[in-house]
Design a protein around this ligand. Structure first.
Ligand SMILES: Nc1ncnc2c1ncn2[C@@H]1O[C@H](COP(=O)(O)OP(=O)(O)O)[C@@H](O)[C@H]1O
Ligand SMILES: [Mg+2]
Length: 257
């Protein structure tokens, strides 16, 4: 058996007295979409931030392609090709698409940026992702629709030879057609061979786009299953009760107390 792209074992994270993540395991294979679901406050964003190096885990092991790694900061994650698209998109409204995609990682000298090369890279990245809705890469981000903004944020994440992209609620603020575009894009990332983690509240979207589903319940990993092996109802039960039949935590009621 080959090692998965990312394997987390026994991860714990507290904020002061608040123990948010308890012995969390998570496996993310390359070339697949892994949905990370769970109720509000279950710890999804915290887990993603631990993988991104934003938060330091208190304990636990993270392996990337089988090798133990230490994620002490966002730079460590970036060096492994781990990119995160956050709930609140970190895009600068007043800048155009090219400037946003290269923000903080510009090409060329500070006094003479290599605009032509950045513009070409931005254009070819969008094209490689099959994005056709953005007319010009020189459009200021402020004038884009929500779906287009999300597309730019995702394209920005894949521009950096990424291996693993984590998306925190990318469709939360989008309409039906825009959600469609973003989900197509999520699928394409996996088809390009990347590992993809998708946090979503929308189980219809999850069932449509995810190969695997990981359910967090009150900071514990209740189950990691293949989408094809579970029903919508089972996932709802895992999310709300931590357990569904044989699946889930042995004693979820003990967790709640
Ligand atoms: N920086 C922080 N400081 C203190 N508590 C936090 C911090 N970030 C998250 N939490 C707490 O951790 C828990 C999980 O939050 P979060 O990871 O955002 O959940 P989710 O993304 O699943 O809704 C919540 O109870 C939240 O209040
Ligand atoms: Mg969250």
């Amino acid at each position: 058996m080959s090692e998965p792209l990312l394997r987390i074992t026994g991860l714990n994270k507290s904020f002061g007295p608040v123990h948010v993540l308890h012995d969390v395991d998570l496996t993310v294979p390359a070339g697949e979409v892994t949905a990370l679901v769970g109720d509000n406050g279950a710890g999804k964003s915290t887990l993603v931030k631990c993988v991104a190096g934003i938060h330091a885990a208190d304990s636990g092991e993270v392996r990337f392609r089988g090798e133990p790694v230490h994620l002490r900061g966002p730079k460590d994650a970036a060096e492994l090709g781990i990119e995160v698209v956050y709930q609140d998109l970190a895009l600068a409204d007043n800048l155009d698409i090219v400037a946003n995609m290269f923000l903080g990682r510009e090409r060329g000298k500070p006094w003479r940026l290599d605009e032509a090369s950045m513009e070409e890279a931005a254009r070819s990245t969008l094209a490689s992702l099959g994005v056709r809705t953005v007319k010009s890469v020189r459009t200021p981000v402020a004038s884009l629709s929500g779906g287009q903004r999300q597309t730019v944020a995702i394209a920005k994440a894949v521009l950096w030879n990424s291996n693993l992209v984590l998306l925190d609620e990318p469709t939360a603020a989008l309409g039906v057609a825009q959600t469609r575009q973003v989900l197509d894009l999520v699928r394409r990332l996996a088809e390009k061979g990347l590992g993809v983690v998708l946090i979503s509240h929308n189980l219809a979207d999850v069932f449509e786009v995810a190969d695997r589903i990981a359910v967090l319940y009150l900071g514990r990993m209740a189950a990691q299953v293949r989408t094809a092996d579970v029903t919508h109802g089972q996932v709802v039960e895992l999310i709300t009760a931590g357990r569904s039949g044989d699946l889930g935590l042995a004693r979820p009621e003990a967790v709640q107390l």
